[in-house]
Design a binder for this molecule. Structure first.
Ligand code: SAH
Length: 252
């Protein structure tokens, strides 16, 4: 990877990427490259679309609210990424921003906001969430975007759960297994998911349902009561280290 390629800004584009292809910039992307990054025609940009790997491109045209990029060469081929879902209760603005950005950086593949009995923030700004996810994915150089699912009741999500997928839920009441031990257990066939509750925690009824389900296990993340965003981050980092790509070195 040449130096220029490793410092050029990274953009997510929906279009197919191949040598000689061209992709148009959105108004926001044109503004970012022209006015924020002060770039000009001919400058290098890195592109990914979640399917074709990361490509080196150069700016072919750049105006105030539009532009075009010429795709030149493959920088990094698409590679399989661990499949780990995160179910989370919507949180107050800054805390949710932190949870979403860290979840993307830590490689989550599906973000599923869930309404639980004690959830205080009962709505999600889907457009804002999508934009946050793209920005975090561009920054952390992952080659995919996590799928962002619509806000749903936890009871409905559990009712429709595919039992081959293991659901590890953060249990701060001390009835769970230590997360490291739980993540070190033999893997199921259907991938894994993590669930953290809202500021007020899960209700007793929710904990009963989660404890009774065949597909779910409570996990403890140490003796302290963590903020939901901390619990999500800690659980994801631990999961990646034990079951995911946490052992892969940057650039590999
Ligand atoms: N009931 C807590 C608040 C919940 S913290 C209180 O008494 O203040 C928000 C969520 O983070 C919890 O629902 C749980 O999923 C997770 N969490 C917090 N601390 C945790 C811990 N030590 N182990 C596992 N999960 C934890």
């Amino acid at each position: 990877m040449t130096r220029i390629a490793s410092t050029a800004p990274r953009l997510f584009v929906p279009d197919p990427l191949s040598e000689g292809s061209e992709t148009l910039l959105s108004p926001a992307q044109a503004h970012y490259l022209r006015d924020v990054m002060r770039m000009n025609v001919g400058d290098a940009v890195r592109l990914f679309n979640g399917r074709d790997g990361m490509w080196l491109a150069s700016i072919a045209a750049l105006g105030k609210s539009k532009g075009a990029l010429g795709v030149e060469s493959l920088i990094a081929p698409q590679r399989p990424e661990p499949e780990i879902w995160l179910l989370f209760a919507p949180l107050k603005a800054q805390r949710q921003d932190m949870l979403v950005e860290k979840a993307v950086e830590l490689g989550v593949s599906v973000l599923q906001p869930v309404l639980t009995q004690r959830t205080q923030t009962r709505r999600i700004n889907a457009e804002r969430l999508e934009a946050q996810v793209i920005e975090a994915a561009e920054q952390c150089e992952r080659l995919t975007l996590p799928e962002v699912r619509p806000l749903a009741e936890l009871s409905g999500v559990l009712g429709a759960w595919e039992p081959s997928r293991r659901l590890f839920y953060g249990d701060e009441t001390g009835n769970g297994a230590a997360a490291l031990a739980a993540f070190s257990a033999p893997r199921g066939v259907g991938g894994d998911a993590l669930l953290v509750g809202p500021e007020g925690g899960f209700s007793p009824q929710e904990l009963d349902v989660l404890a009774a389900a065949s597909f779910s296990s409570g996990v403890g993340l140490g003796p302290r009561i963590l903020r939901a965003e901390t619990a999500a981050l800690a659980a994801l980092a631990l999961w990646q280290a034990v079951r995911g790509d946490g052992a892969r070195l940057p650039g590999h």
